[in-house]
Design a protein around this ligand. Structure first.
Ligand code: URA
Ligand code: SF4
Length: 210
């Protein structure tokens, strides 16, 4: 099966998925969108009000800011693949629960496999946590980290900048670095991440590798 077909099948599966509680609050599933051969994948948290209505990712206020930030580095949303860690809207935009993240994870893994992007930009802590458990976004935002062969760059979530104006310039600066980070992608070495069960000392050790 080619990658286009794989992505189409994933989107279809999501529209009728009942693997977690979020299926009850879903109007439209939001699988994500973008070219199958996208070089960059942006992964947010989950659909909000507008996304749930339209079945498309990042079409509300956070999406407007994402488009503006992409524009600031000469990129268009149509060039990148945009998705979320959960594909259905958590009621009232609450945080996704661990069981929901786990239930939905295989869709995202299949999308990453089909698209095989050079760079994954995570937006916010839930998406960062999929790749770099335990990390603090305030400490590692804007740094590229190679995890299981994938180059992951954690950014703050654009919605965070809307709620906390002081973060706005931080996100702008991280986006400004993105073209350079992408160019240097091949030179970033793999880091060995410790397992969830490790204690905080090891965690500090792990983060010092970045
Ligand atoms: N916030 C997200 O994390 N994802 C969306 O799709 C929209 C807003
Ligand atoms: Fe299925 Fe994911 Fe929606 Fe849960 S959030 S119902 S796992 S598609």
């Amino acid at each position: 099966m080619n990658s286009d077909q794989v992505l189409k099948n994933i989107a279809e599966d999501i529209s009728s998925c009942k693997k977690c509680e979020l299926n009850h609050s879903r109007d439209k599933g939001v699988p994500g969108e973008g070219p199958t051969n996208a070089e960059i994948m942006f992964i947010g948290e989950g659909p909000g009000f507008h996304e749930n209505m339209q079945g498309r990712p990042f079409v509300g206020a956070a999406g407007d800011l994402l488009v503006e930030l992409l524009d600031s580095i000469g990129m268009k949303r149509e060039e990148v693949f945009i998705t979320n860690v959960v594909k259905c809207r958590p009621p009232g935009n609450r945080d996704p629960a661990i069981e929901e993240l786990e239930a939905c994870n295989s869709y995202l893994d299949q999308q990453i496999q089909a698209i095989n992007p050079s760079v994954i930009v995570t937006l916010g802590r839930f998406s960062m946590g999929k790749f770099i458990p335990h990390a603090k976004i305030s400490e590692i935002h804007g740094q590229s980290i190679r995890v299981k062969g994938m180059l992951v760059i954690p950014f703050y979530h654009p919605a965070a900048a809307l709620h906390r104006p002081s973060l706005r310039s931080v996100i702008e600066e991280d986006f400004a670095k993105l073209p350079t980070l992408i160019k240097g992608a091949a030179r970033i070495p793999e880091v060995q991440l410790k397992e969830h069960s490790e204690n905080n000392n090891n965690q500090a050790e792990q983060l010092s590798l970045f």
